[in-house]
Design a protein around this ligand. Structure first.
Ligand SMILES: NC(=O)C1=CN([C@@H]2O[C@H](COP(=O)(O)OP(=O)(O)OC[C@H]3O[C@@H](n4cnc5c(N)ncnc54)[C@H](OP(=O)(O)O)[C@@H]3O)[C@@H](O)[C@H]2O)C=CC1
Ligand SMILES: O=C(O)[C@@H]1CCC=N1
Length: 275
């Protein structure tokens, strides 16, 4: 399978890195990006083919991943309108709805909307996918094959929920990195050097996430097991509760979802998908 990327920025690099790591040949990946610097970096790092503009290389791909920023999408799709025949188009853009992408593609309807995340780079991503009405089983299977190569996949039947997927898992790594940054800052407060603070923080998050994934029990039970009555964890959790940490994080996820909806509305303007 040949895979094309329209846009070769951060998320394209994460997906390409994960795909190459899984054995996809860089030679079978075509990246179109306006920036020479991006093209050169991706070609040097992953051995992909590159081009500055949409042309035969991209159009020869069975799957074309749309990986430009939402604000850039409409203009980026103009050269594709009227040129597509059988290709499956897979958008990773936050907020943008299938109906708008189809319209910008001149009525082309083999469009899947998905939301991956950057851990795809190491094959540990998770992607929510939603297929437009005209996408057949073969199209779904092709999209799944690309995204499942770099992590787990979850198909969504209600497009409105894609904004929630974006807020939870698309943006989610940033919340976790922020959490790690805070743990490391606390480590430095106690006099640990950068490397030691990083080891303690990162290995804790990694171990806890692996335990949560391996355990049949909910995270709340795993949390209670760490929390000895009258102990150190209780003191920390009381401090977090007093700061409204749980509610702040839930509100943050809602803010991300609202921004996704807003982007879809402002940039696309098709009727909002039913919630
Ligand atoms: N970053 C993430 O964690 C995630 C991002 N996404 C989605 O992925 C998409 C890309 O995000 P991200 O990688 O962070 O953004 P980037 O800005 O890093 O990448 C987009 C790239 O596309 C280039 N570009 C812009 N217009 C065109 C065009 N017409 N033709 C070809 N290339 C073009 C940009 O160039 P220039 O810089 O010159 O504008 C840039 O290099 C977004 O839609 C985002 O919502 C989805 C999941 C996670
Ligand atoms: O911040 C963003 O808009 C993109 C979408 C999800 C992660 N990054």
């Amino acid at each position: 399978m040949k895979i094309g990327f329209l846009g070769g920025g951060n998320m394209a690099a994460a997906l390409i890195g994960g795909l190459v790591d899984k054995g996809f040949s860089g030679e079978a990946i075509e990246v179109v990006d306006l920036l020479a610097e991006n093209r050169e970096r991706l070609a040097a790092r992953f051995g992909v083919r590159t081009a500055a503009t949409v042309g035969d290389g991209l159009l020869a791909c069975e799957v074309i991943v749309l990986a430009v920023k939402p604000q850039q999408m409409r203009a980026a799709l103009a050269p594709l309108a009227g040129c597509l025949q059988q290709q499956l188009v897979v958008s990773i853009a936050a907020g943008l709805r299938v109906a708008d992408l189809e319209r910008w593609l001149g009525g082309y309807r083999r469009v899947v909307r998905c939301m991956p995340n950057t851990p795809a780079l190491i094959g540990a991503g998770v992607t929510g996918l939603y297929a437009g009405a005209a996408v057949d089983e073969a199209g779904r299977a092709a999209a799944d094959r690309v995204l499942a190569a770099v992590g787990s996949t979850l198909w969504i039947s209600d497009e409105a929920q894609m904004d929630a997927v974006t807020a939870l898992s698309g943006s989610g790594p940033a919340y976790v990195f922020h959490f790690i940054e805070a743990l490391q800052a606390a480590g430095r407060d106690f006099g640990f050097d950068e490397a030691s603070a990083r080891q303690l923080a990162v290995d804790t998050v990694l171990g806890a996430a692996r335990l949560a994934a391996a355990s049949p029990e909910p995270a709340s039970v795993l949390r209670e097991r760490v929390t000895s009555r009258g102990g150190t964890t209780a003191a920390a959790l009381d401090s977090l509760a007093a700061a409204g940490w749980h509610d702040a994080l839930v509100a943050a996820v809602h803010a991300a979802a609202a921004r996704g909806r807003e982007l879809g509305e402002q940039l696309g303007g098709s009727a909002a998908p039913e919630a």
